[in-house]
Write a protein that binds this ligand. Structure first.
Ligand SMILES: [Zn+2]
Ligand SMILES: [Zn+2]
Length: 230
């Protein structure tokens, strides 16, 4: 293992926030990439790994209108006001003022809001017009300037980009995301390949989570994609 790989392994190991001795280690296989091995006996049900996600965002395709701040349904109100700055669907003032929303996609979409129309002629949100698949990617790209430390960790993750490209129409399927980011949002400081790598890292490493209902409204199924990264 060369020095670069050793450093990468250390970054990944340092993500574990469980207390005490680590239960696992990372090894690498040329064919299958990184994998975990047990470093000691593990009892059934024992928590072996705790880490905070580097990023998260709304599920890429939603069948109902979802707030980009808290990921919950915007209940039946397709004429909801939305964010007054970026016009994306937002359920409340609290979500509009959420620091993450303001500093990330809100600032990007606000600048170019004239290029987007998320509604029909009746002023109702049209789910298919809302770029849910772009939100998490924009949040991650903005880490490069907003949070260089997290950007560095993110880039240690395996993209398996060549493998994704070799799969059917994967690369063509990303065209819309690329166009929105480079052309409509003017984030042209990123090269196409760099954005494809971010998408591939997400395809390889993210999972989606069902939100539980709480008193802020009913939960949606699979409406949040969590980027947890090992
Ligand atoms: Zn909300
Ligand atoms: Zn906004």
């Amino acid at each position: 293992m060369d020095l670069k790989q050793k450093n990468e392994m250390e970054i990944l190991r340092s993500r574990d926030e469980s207390e005490g001795k680590r239960y696992w280690d990372i090894e690498k296989n040329e064919k299958f990439g990184r994998y975990l091995v047990a470093a000691k006996d593990i009892a059934q049900g024992e928590i072996i790994l705790t880490e905070k996600p580097l990023a998260w965002g709304p599920y890429t395709t939603n069948s109902v209108l979802v707030c980009v701040g808290c990921y919950r349904h915007i209940n039946g109100d397709t004429k909801a006001a939305g964010c007054s700055r970026c016009h994306l669907p937002i359920c409340s003032q609290k979500c509009q003022n959420n620091e993450k929303h303001q500093n990330q996609e809100c600032s990007a979409f606000q600048k170019f809001k004239s290029k987007f129309n998320f509604r029909n002629d009746n002023g109702e949100y049209v789910i298919e017009k809302i770029p849910y698949s772009v939100i998490l990617i924009v949040r991650i790209l903005m880490m490069k300037t907003n949070s260089p430390e997290n950007w560095k960790i993110f880039n240690v993750l395996d993209p398996l980009l060549d493998e994704w490209k070799a799969m059917g129409s994967w690369e063509q399927d990303q065209e819309e995301i690329l166009n929105t980011i480079i052309t409509s949002l003017g984030l042209d400081i990123f090269k196409k390949e760099e954005i494809l790598k971010v998408i591939a890292i997400c395809c390889t490493n993210t999972f989606s989570k069902f939100l539980e209902p709480d008193n802020e409204g009913p939960a949606n199924k699979e409406n949040v994609t969590v980027g947890t990264f090992m």
